[in-house]
Design a protein. Structure first.
Length: 162
């Protein structure tokens, strides 16, 4: 069952995951989001949804200003011929639209198997910022609480240096 931002925040509360939610106009790119970061502590993220030729799916989460080469990432995570997942697949698997991709969306995966890759450089920071399933807000949580959330969702993840 797909969760809304409100339902997600209740799950965070129920699991004693501290967060701060910041409302802002809808943003669809990292560049648009950068315009709304003033006053928000922590690092901001880039969240990329991929699939490979074997139909494996990946959610790669890294720093917003980090340059990513798909071929290099694919090699590090063991993917073959990786490409961006189509919006329809993104909606079906994570329940979000392009521009709202977030590690919080693993709450929506249900029976879909997805490999989550968290960039070690991002996870070395105390505070992280992600959309709370909608691109009209940014939610700040600690890196430790992101791991706690992944465990709550029973989502396997890997922390590697991208």
């Amino acid at each position: 069952m797909l969760q809304t931002q409100e339902e997600l925040l209740k799950v965070l509360d129920q699991n004693s995951i501290e967060y701060t939610n910041h409302e802002h106009p809808a943003v669809f790119t990292v560049e648009e989001a950068d315009k709304h970061h003033k006053g928000i502590d922590g690092v901001h993220s880039k969240n990329l949804f991929f699939k490979d030729k074997k139909k494996n799916m990946f959610l790669v989460v890294t720093l917003s200003d980090k340059s990513i080469r798909i071929k290099d990432v694919a090699k590090k995570i063991g993917a073959k011929n990786m490409s961006f997942g189509k919006p329809e697949l993104l909606d079906q698997v994570l329940g979000v639209i392009p521009g709202a991709v977030t590690p919080f969306a693993v709450i929506n995966t249900g029976d879909h198997k997805i490999k989550v890759v968290l960039d070690e450089e991002m996870m070395d920071n105390d505070l992280l910022n992600f959309h709370p399933l909608e691109n009209t807000a940014t939610t700040t949580i600690s890196s430790k609480d992101l791991i706690k959330f992944m465990e709550y969702c029973k989502q396997d993840f890997e922390i590697i240096r991208l």
